[in-house]
Design a protein. Structure first.
Length: 158
């Protein structure tokens, strides 16, 4: 099973049409012949808020209707309960994120995404599983993730 950590800039593409949406959706929607998901999708709990906020922002900009906004948020929250694995924050994640803000030109929540992904990647490797792929449409965050040793995919390149 392949593991993907998605920050909000990557994950939102599954719900709102943007460059890279088809690629992100192909990762999330892929199924095996027996109907199982071959790709595990992870996100931080803060990503839940960020994606919901991005959907609301599109509504405020007049790009989606009130009904579409409500439907998209409902589908997204259902996915967070059933399709995705959402990861909690703890003091180690926060402390590491603080350090990342000093080493890389990251915004606060981007540093939290990177820290969360690195902790998950370490846990996967410790269990002798394949390392994860970090998915973000933020170039600065992708560069920081690569510098910290993660495999990175930017959906804007697909």
């Amino acid at each position: 099973m392949a593991a993907f950590y998605m920050d909000s800039s990557g994950l939102v593409k599954h719900y709102l049409p943007e460059t890279g949406s088809a690629w992100v959706s192909s990762l999330i929607d892929a199924t095996t012949p027996s109907g199982e998901w071959p790709n595990a999708v992870f996100l931080s709990k803060i990503g839940v808020v960020e994606v919901a906020a991005a959907i609301a922002r599109r509504h405020r900009m007049g790009q989606i209707t009130t009904e579409s906004k409500a439907s998209l948020v409902t589908v997204f929250l259902d996915d967070c309960l059933g399709r995705f694995s959402t990861l909690n924050l703890d003091d180690l994640v926060i402390g590491t994120a603080v350090n990342f803000t000093q080493r890389h030109p990251l915004r606060g929540y981007d540093a939290v995404h990177l820290s969360t992904a690195l902790m998950l990647n370490k846990a996967l490797i410790d269990e002798a599983l394949e390392p994860l792929t970090f998915v973000s449409a933020d170039d600065v965050l992708c560069q920081a993730a690569e510098a910290e040793g993660l495999m990175v995919e930017n959906p804007n390149e697909h």
